[in-house]
Design a protein around this ligand. Sequence first.
Ligand code: FAD
Length: 353
Amino acid sequence: MPTKRHTLPKITVLVVDDHAVVRQGLKMLIHSDPNLRVTGEAEDGLAAVQLAGKLHPDVVVMDVAMPRMNGVEATRLDPVSRAPVGRLRVDAPLVVVAAGVLGSAGLLRRSGLPGDAIGGGLQLHTSLHVTALFDEPVHGYYGPTMAYAVTEFADVNGRTGPGFMIENTAVHPIATASALPGFGAEHAARMGRLPHLARALVVLRDRTRGRVDVDATGRPAVSYELVPEDLQRLHDGMIAIARAYLAAGAREVWLPRNGAPPVRSEQDLRAAGAGPLEPGRTSLLYAVHLFGGASMGGGAASACDEAGRVRGVRGLAVADAASLPSNTGVNPQITIIANALRIAEGLASERHG
Ligand SMILES: Cc1cc2nc3c(=O)[nH]c(=O)nc-3n(C[C@H](O)[C@H](O)[C@H](O)COP(=O)(O)OP(=O)(O)OC[C@H]3O[C@@H](n4cnc5c(N)ncnc54)[C@H](O)[C@@H]3O)c2cc1C
């Protein structure tokens, strides 16, 4: 006689994230387990509370940062009455902070961790752009964002240069407009030549060290004053790019200096002076590669030990660019990912052997 098969009801899951791609990935993951079923999805906390009241899922997988209502607020609301129910407290034997240099250092400082090491050791790859005008169209808004890097002046991978890289970059309208020198009609005329423009940037391996603190509202506040040596190397990098563009046949090169005339020859380059860079006159001085603020190191002066654990606090680690001890001198994503993996594997093997 055939036996009747009893199947347990599936565990129902509500997926909440403001990014459709993330929701899609989570759904695929959840559906790969035969015991789980996604009953609904929402793109913010408010929609999640409404759906939870209707669908009564067994589990809600919810992002923290979302528009309209974040995941923490939503988790505190009763799905039927929508009234806040108590406080939300998370007890975890291990907390790994990975909110980026400003986010992580800011969080640790806001949490009242003592000592100068937290927030200290901030380093950047300070950057500036040089733009060149060619007779031929370049159409630099198509193709890869960065196609070439000049490592001749770098001080990584066996190089003994002064410590900057030159990278070409895309000529997207907004990014180009924000970095071009000049104002008003002059700026508009330069933007009018967009199809004929090429751009490159200096990625400086700064010697400067700064700090991340928090202001009165709890937001990260950065102090970072470029040392004279870095200002000189920024100037030298700027001139090196201009020289490369002249050699490549540029009609004009525009240094990132408000009010400066176009460079058309070596003579013009000499007239541009020997440096150092004047930050106040520079059309755009910026950094998208940040390091430190909770640096790892062997000595007690570093915020984290070599395994990424925050010194003096049990169960707290930092696993992002904040824990890197210095700037890398090259685009850092891969190093950051490798370091985060190393820290995660170390912490996991400590806990589970
Ligand atoms: C425009 C641009 C272009 C770049 N191009 C390159 C490149 O071509 N190659 C390269 O190697 N690198 C590049 N970088 C640098 C690279 O993106 C960063 O170095 C790297 O992402 C830093 O990694 P991270 O994990 O430290 O921080 P992030 O990647 O910034 O991650 C931190 C995360 O924490 C979240 N967060 C912050 N505060 C909080 C909080 N209080 N609570 C919860 N979450 C929080 C943030 O939303 C973010 O998702 C670029 C950066 C920019 C901005």
